[in-house]
Design a protein around this ligand. Structure first.
Ligand code: SAH
Length: 253
């Protein structure tokens, strides 16, 4: 087979966050597959076909893309942020694992992008300077009991916690439940960052104490970071304080 399928990370929104390698993969594709608003972020190329799809049917979209590539196309499947973080790259391998054995002869690549967690952290300062972990709060693909157990474990182990998919119309209470769990384990003054639409024109970053964290201020374009016991604020002349987590833990330099 001569087909190529590249899963391309577009970064969080600002076109300057797109890597040159990702831009090259988009430019060389004969076919672009992805959620409509992401496709709109790829520059127009004459002769390139676009296949917009609904955001909910990731594995169907992956199968469609594999099928196109099997027919000889050079396909780019686009994803926001990094395609390997709660996104299309895993859906492509899921479809590959269960699909037509001939697909395994295709050239399949993953082109990384800046994930929302890293872009959000950079805006706030350096909250990921110590150990951290990332969780998706979406219980569409895993039961809430698993999320609850993981949250308790990582909060108890004093990781900085980044929460993807914190809230949506269909999942209105999960972020409130996560904040309640955190309040039972961490100090009220623990810094919490709500980073909305990072890299887009409507970007809005807010830092608050865990005691004041309000799930109503987050939406599905928000990345939430809950600090560890060592995460601290550094006040600046004007504007919100910087948030950082020292690299050292329990040892004096
Ligand atoms: N692959 C994506 C994540 C997909 S999951 C990435 O690497 O960033 C979707 C979740 O990502 C959203 O609910 C939100 O929590 C987060 N997210 C994606 N883009 C974002 C942005 N520009 N600003 C803040 N959060 C974002």
């Amino acid at each position: 087979m001569t087909g190529l399928l590249t899963v391309v990370g577009l970064g969080p929104g600002d076109p300057r966050f797109l890597t040159p390698a990702a831009a090259e993969a988009l430019g060389e594709a004969t076919d672009l597959v992805g959620y409509g608003p992401y496709l709109d972020r790829a520059p127009e190329r004459p002769g390139q076909r676009r296949h917009p799809s609904d955001n909910r049917v990731e594995v169907d979209r992956a199968r469609f893309a594999l099928d196109l590539a099997a027919g000889g196309a050079r396909v780019a499947v686009v994803s926001g942020g990094d395609p390997g973080v709660f996104a299309m790259a895993a859906a492509v391998f899921e479809a590959l694992e269960a699909g037509d054995p001939a697909w395994r002869d295709l050239d399949i690549r993953v082109e990384p992008g800046i994930t929302a967690m890293l872009a959000a952290a950079a805006r706030a300062g350096a909250p990921l300077g110590g150990d951290f972990c990332a969780l998706s709060l979406s219980d569409n693909l895993k039961p809430w009991e698993v999320i609850d157990a993981r949250l308790r474990a990582v909060l108890g182990a004093d990781f900085v916690v980044a929460l993807y998919n914190p809230i949506s119309r269909a999942r209105p209470w999960q972020l409130g439940a996560a904040f309640d769990l955190a309040r039972g384990i961490r100090e009220p003054a623990t810094p919490v960052i709500l980073a909305r639409a990072v890299g887009r024109p409507d970007e809005h970053i807010r830092t608050m104490a865990l005691s004041d964290a309000d799930p109503g201020e987050a939406d599905m374009s928000t990345l939430v970071i809950i600090g560890a016991s060592t995460t601290r604020l550094v006040e600046r002349g004007t504007g919100a304080p910087y948030v950082y987590t020292p690299r050292s833990y329990g040892v004096r330099p």
